[in-house]
Design a protein around this ligand. Structure first.
Ligand code: SF4
Length: 291
């Protein structure tokens, strides 16, 4: 079976997406199908110099970390990040932006007052600097879920069409909201918030900053480490797959007239009416301990 080849490069990054990927549980099967020709954290036969000076074609370029306009910030063995992108992008079939920094600029863009860092692809909301978008697939997340990346790579390898949303994210993953399949949905419906982080009972939307109803990702469908998710563990979704991540005060729920913002796609009037009605009930079962 011929393996597809991958070159993985780093922009400004904490390496979190690499580490998330290394936690993928079916690595043996992955290795039968893909060969990582170069990765900055792995020992590979090829080094960056030989990759950049070869004329070889590769199947996929994976980019982790934000892009910067200031070349000196990202000098890798004498090559700027811009050099690497220009060089490799012409010799690959697809470019995958792994994680929120590569996809949207992430923490580096939003804390950057001089506006010098951003995403690779210059889509409207990504704040990027590169206009070649035909090959780009964004897989945001801080970090990304390893299965989102691996499933996308297998789909590409198998010649499947990957439908993307407006932000170039695979719909298979990002059509879902984090809210879908969260075990706290009944508490959400009846507006019962949790008393404390880490508790099994209660929703985290009303007082604890949960962005599950606004964040696109299937975190409660494809679980993390195959066992859990933030909201299942009693921590709010921080909305890390959206271009506005990270927001200020991520553990606080922003309110207007003491009501939280309406979930994605729900009219404010409908939402506030339903909230008012639901809050007028007290359901003892939802106020008691689960176990
Ligand atoms: S904790 Fe978050 S994801 Fe879960 S039901 Fe509440 S709002 Fe939705």
């Amino acid at each position: 079976m011929s393996k597809k080849t991958i070159v993985w490069i780093h922009g400004i990054t904490c390496n979190g997406d690499s580490h998330s990927f290394f936690n993928y549980t079916e690595m043996k099967n992955f290795s039968k199908n893909f060969e990582i020709i170069y990765h900055p954290l792995l020992v590979t036969d090829e080094d960056l110099d030989s990759i950049l000076n070869s004329k070889n074609r590769y199947d996929y370029l994976i980019v982790e970390g934000s892009f910067t306009k200031v070349d000196e910030y990202l000098d890798r063995c004498g090559y700027t990040f811009r050099d690497m992108i220009e060089n490799l992008s012409k010799r690959v079939e697809h470019i995958i932006c792994a994680g929120s920094c590569a996809s949207f600029g992430g923490i580096f863009r939003l804390r950057d007052e001089e506006n010098i860092t951003g995403a690779l692809y210059s889509g409207e909301e990504s704040g990027g600097y590169w206009n070649e978008n035909k090959k780009v697939i964004n897989i945001p997340g801080c970090p990304l879920h390893p299965q989102w990346l691996v499933n996308t790579l297998f789909a590409l390898k198998n010649g499947e069409e990957i439908l993307l949303d407006d932000l170039l994210r695979p719909k298979e993953v990002f059509s879902y909201m984090v809210h879908h399949a969260c075990l706290r949905n009944e508490y959400f419906e009846w507006k019962v918030d949790t008393k404390e982080y880490g508790h099994k009972e209660g929703c985290l939307f009303y007082e604890h900053g949960c962005r599950g109803p606004m964040a696109h990702a299937n975190c409660n469908k494809i679980l993390w480490n195959e066992v859990s998710s933030k909201t299942r563990a009693g921590s709010p979704c921080l909305g890390c797959t959206e271009p506005d991540f990270p927001r200020d005060n991520v553990y606080e729920t922003k309110t207007r007239m003491s009501l939280p913002l309406a979930p994605h796609g729900v009219s404010k009037r409908a939402y506030y009416t339903i909230t008012g009605v639901a809050k007028s009930f007290r359901i003892d079962r939802l106020e008691s301990k689960l176990i």
